[in-house]
Design a protein around this ligand. Structure first.
Ligand SMILES: [Zn+2]
Length: 84
């Protein structure tokens, strides 16, 4: 079982328990299929972890690129559907 590190809490978890966020060219989005092409980052299915990742700019650092405002807004919207 492949494992990945959550960008919020930094815990290593099985990939299947995490949400994949994918960056392809300049677009960053939540990858609910887990298999979209592009560079991936992983986060717990937790609003707290997602907030932490966004507030500390960890996603941009992981992708080595700024994340567009509209993409950040989509991630925040996604986070609002999650539990803490
Ligand atoms: Zn986490």
């Amino acid at each position: 079982m492949p494992k990945r590190t959550c960008l919020g809490c930094r815990q290593v978890r099985p990939k299947a328990e995490l949400t994949r966020i994918v960056k392809r060219s300049d677009v960053v989005e939540v990858d609910l299929t887990g298999s979209k092409p592009g560079r991936g980052a992983y986060i717990c299915k937790s609003a707290g972890c997602l907030d932490k990742m966004l507030s500390e700019g960890r996603l941009a650092r992981s992708f080595k690129a700024q994340v567009a405002k509209q993409d950040l807004e989509k991630l925040v919207k996604y986070a609002s559907k999650l539990e803490n």
